[in-house]
Design a protein around this ligand. Structure first.
Ligand code: COA
Ligand code: MG
Length: 291
């Protein structure tokens, strides 16, 4: 995607589709995107009512609001087909498919969307949250290079990964960081966006800010959230800092000088700066809205 089309996904809030009060709160929240959840946060008995709530919400969807994504249940589950049809009818920006294990899961879902006459611009996001998905991560990311496929974004699912593997959940996430980095690497290989997983503790915002900073340092595009109080820290951590913007502007200005027009490498303040750093700087400036 050209950087001028950059769409921020710094703060991406999960909202249980069954929770009317939380849905009503959305217009007052400044997140970049909302994931309406029909899966794990909705009890089996509440699935049908949650779908109806979503239909009503999307019918009255305000224009120009955040990007809207619906997380459905897996296609093979007892709710999968009805979720897919309800989500398609809502016309969200993307559908988020959980519990993806293999490339076949993406093929099958893409086919089901085509059969449901889903528009071409409806994107597919997937949860990376199972041991099999981790083992297949390179093959999953390949879909990002296939123009006919809808895949656009990976979402890390630490709660399921911890449950399925048995690693210890620690505040510094030391046992899952290798997998998180693997997701970022694969996403970049496939030209996909990649979002860090949720933090279940929403009362300690200092710890949360630290986790956001780590996610940004690992290269994630943003973080998935479970509570409105987490939006502010995520926006801050995943926006370029004033220092980083100033540095990028300096690189742009240096390469714009006539004497540097033909040079591949220059020095700024005792540091080697190559054209790849200019490209990196331009990407950062696009993210900061400074085209
Ligand atoms: N989206 C929108 N609004 C939310 C919200 C969310 N994810 N979580 C809480 N709110 C709202 C509440 O409705 C409440 O609104 P009010 O000011 O009108 O009363 C306000 O924010 C404060 O909420 P609070 O009382 O602190 O939390 P809670 O006890 O109502 O809810 C959770 C706590 C964890 C149950 C709730 O945040 C939640 O369901 N989060 C999402 C879970 C989810 O989607 N999981 C699946 C992905 S991992
Ligand atoms: Mg999950």
């Amino acid at each position: 995607m050209p950087e001028t089309n950059y769409r921020p996904r710094r703060a991406v809030l999960f909202v249980p589709a069954a929770n009317e009060k939380a849905l009503a709160k959305l217009p007052s929240l400044a997140c970049d995107a909302v994931i309406f959840d029909l899966e794990d946060s909705v009890a089996p008995d509440a699935k049908a009512a949650a779908r109806e709530r979503l239909r009503a919400w999307f019918q009255a969807r305000p224009k120009g609001g955040p990007e809207c994504i619906i997380r459905v249940n897996p296609l093979a589950s007892e709710w999968g087909t009805e979720d897919l049809l309800a989500a398609r009818a809502c016309a969200p920006d993307a559908i988020l498919l959980p519990k993806v294990d293999t490339p076949r899961d993406i093929h099958d879902f893409d086919d089901a969307l085509d059969e449901a006459d889903a528009p071409e611009n409806l994107k597919l996001w997937i949860m990376v949250e199972t041991p099999k998905a981790m083992l297949n991560i390179g093959a999953l990311a390949e879909f990002g290079r296939n123009r006919a496929a809808r895949l656009d974004c990976f979402v890390a699912g630490p709660n399921d990964l911890i449950k399925d593997t048995g690693v210890l959940a620690t505040p510094d996430r030391r046992y899952i960081v290798p997998w998180l980095l693997q997701m970022v690497l694969a996403a970049r290989a496939g030209g996909l966006d990649v979002l860090d997983g949720v933090s279940n503790t929403f009362s300690d915002l200092d710890a949360f800010a630290l986790e956001c900073a780590e996610g940004a340092a690992m290269g994630f595009d943003g973080k998935t959230l479970i509570h409105p109080a987490q939006i502010g820290p995520a926006l801050k951590a995943f926006s370029p800092s004033a220092g980083a913007v100033a540095e990028a502007l300096a690189i742009r200005a240096a390469f714009a000088l006539p004497e540097n027009a033909a040079k591949g490498v220059i020095s700024i303040d005792g540091r080697m700066v190559e054209r790849l750093h200019l490209a990196q700087a331009e990407r950062l400036l696009a993210r900061a809205g400074r085209h």
